[in-house]
Design a protein around this ligand. Structure first.
Ligand code: ZN
Length: 152
């Protein structure tokens, strides 16, 4: 293929929204729908996609270099783009969590571990960036395998 020309045009509207979610391929299309139709963002948001998503913001002691990189990227986006709204999304059956030692959390149930991390991340973010509105979501799938996202 010599080149590909999208039907989408460059979006020059500045955004004040950053979304952080996991890399899992299973959720990408569903999360795209949630952000663009559910939250009506219409593709106009910054996006940070990394394994475990917002979990990277809580790893200061366990993986300090990984945490440092996550915070570096995060601070850059918040400051350079003057962000006001942050959307953190965890998801069911996250492989990243399966690889994490249990001692990092006060609970062992996967969903509760994710909730604990989202609350930790929100507390730290609210302290460091009091002007940011932080929203927490959890994605899973229903009996028809449709991606379902709910606020936490
Ligand atoms: Zn994941």
């Amino acid at each position: 293929m010599p080149s590909y020309v999208s039907t989408s045009k460059i979006d020059r509207t500045l955004t004040d929204v950053l979304v952080v979610h996991c890399s899992s391929s299973r959720f990408q299309a569903g999360l795209h729908d949630f952000l663009n139709q559910g939250l009506n963002l219409r593709g106009n948001y910054d996006l940070l996609v990394i394994p475990g998503g917002p979990q990277s913001l809580t790893l200061v002691e366990y993986l300090p270099k990984f945490s440092w990189a996550g915070w570096k990227w995060f601070r850059y986006l918040v400051e350079a783009h003057d962000l006001k709204r942050l959307i953190l999304i965890a998801h069911e059956d996250c492989g990243w969590y399966k690889a994490l030692p249990l001692h990092l959390h006060t609970v062992s149930e996967p969903r509760e571990r994710q909730e604990e991390d989202l609350r930790r991340a929100k507390a730290k973010l609210t302290k460091e960036f009091p002007h940011l509105r932080v929203e927490l979501y959890s994605a899973a799938w229903d009996s028809s395998a449709r991606v379902r996202v709910e606020a936490m």
